[in-house]
Design a protein around this ligand. Structure first.
Ligand code: NAD
Ligand code: UDP
Length: 314
């Protein structure tokens, strides 16, 4: 008998998180189809695999259906940075809703297991702190973040309705702020903004007074969690994030310490609906997956800064 390794479809595979997942699965000797429309992803991220017999690259938009034979669908396609997902909010909502609908349809047709990359944004500006999976969230349905937050909420709903109606095998990961090499320098997210500003010798832009909090997970830790969830017998939703919580001012200080402590901070207006605090409860991931983050913020920043130094030639 020939032992078959899983055939994986990774939507959004040329993006930041997706390309690290491509690496892990390819290094495990599995087959990978990477599907992307290159809105925020780059071929460069997966260029080392182009030409490998177990790797295929497809330019496709998940808002359109597609027919493929695969065993596992890692559904990551969706811009994640606020400046990107707010560029065309209707398209963002379509990507989450129609994209997830199309991928669930594909999963059902071929009997594949589907993992959705959902988000801590389903908790909105949370009134419960830290956030367990049982919290239903506090999302402004018509604000500027709604295209993303509500898009992911309906994507989760579709997953669980496919499971109830059709017995689909689904896995829903609620991903908290993740950072690391391959973030785009003009991505607009806080870690990349601060590092790029600091490397250029510019002041770091604190939105508001910097007292809002986030919990930052290193990308390799996240990818390990995604793989464990895909292989586990639990649908979720399940939080994946690093529970170490920092104010944005503390993050700026850590980055200044590593690059240049003399750099200034300048305050700029806080964007609308910016959540005041965010920290995952990860008990479920610890119990069910035996997973917890291994890389602390200081160490994760070292390799992220090294990546940006090389990219920007500083
Ligand atoms: P990213 O923007 O780097 O990657 C998204 C990828 O999806 C890109 O390659 C982009 O080109 C592709 N894409 C976007 N719209 C598409 C479409 N309509 N059809 C096909 N491809 C499309 O973002 P990321 O940080 O790698 O995030 C990956 C996933 O994880 C996203 O679903 C995001 O919502 C989720 N997530 C990420 C974070 C984080 O902090 N990075 C946090 C929570 C959730
Ligand atoms: N932020 C900031 N300066 C920046 C970019 C972001 O102070 O240059 C803040 C932003 O207002 C938010 C936090 O950092 O409070 C995290 O922002 P990001 O866009 O990375 O993620 P999200 O808000 O989606 O969690």
């Amino acid at each position: 008998m020939i032992a078959c390794l899983p055939r994986n479809l990774i939507t959004g595979g040329a993006g930041f998180v997706g390309s690290h997942l491509v690496d892990r699965l390819m290094e495990a000797g599995e087959e990978v189809i990477c599907l992307d429309n290159y809105f925020t992803g780059r071929k460069f991220n997966i260029s080392r695999w182009i030409g490998h017999p177990s790797f295929e690259l497809i330019r496709h938009d998940v808002t359109e259906p597609i027919k493929l034979e695969v065993d596992r669908i890692w559904h990551l396609a969706c811009p994640a940075s606020p400046i990107h997902y707010q560029t065309n909010p209707v398209k963002t909502a379509k990507t989450s809703f129609l994209g997830t609908y199309n991928m669930l349809g594909l999963a059902r047709r071929v009997g594949a297991r589907l993992l959705l990359a959902s988000t801590s944004e389903v908790y909105g500006d949370p009134k419960v702190h830290p956030q367990p999976e049982s919290y239903w969230g506090n999302v402004n349905t018509h604000g500027i973040r709604a295209c993303y937050d509500e898009g992911k909420r309906i994507a989760e709903t579709l997953c669980f309705d496919y499971q109830r109606m059709h017995g689909s095998e689904i896995r829903v990961a609620r991903i908290f702020n993740t950072y690391g090499p391959r973030m785009l320098p003009d991505d607009g997210r806080v870690v990349s903004n601060f590092i790029v500003q600091a490397l250029r010798g510019e002041a770091l832009t604190l939105y508001g007074d910097g007292s809002q909090t986030r919990s930052f997970c290193y990308v390799e830790d996240l990818v390990e969690g995604l793989i464990r969830l895909m292989n586990a017998e639990i649908s979720g939703p399940l939080n994946l994030g690093n529970p170490a919580e920092f104010t944005i001012r503390q993050l700026a200080d850590q980055i200044r310490q590593q690059i240049d402590p003399a750099l200034e901070l300048i305050e700029q207006p806080l964007p609308a609906d910016d959540p005041l605090q965010r920290q995952p409860v990860i008990d479920l991931a610890v119990q069910e997956l035996g997973w917890q983050p291994q890389v602390n913020l200081q160490d994760g920043l070292v390799s992220t800064i090294a990546y940006f130094r090389e990219l920007l030639d500083f």
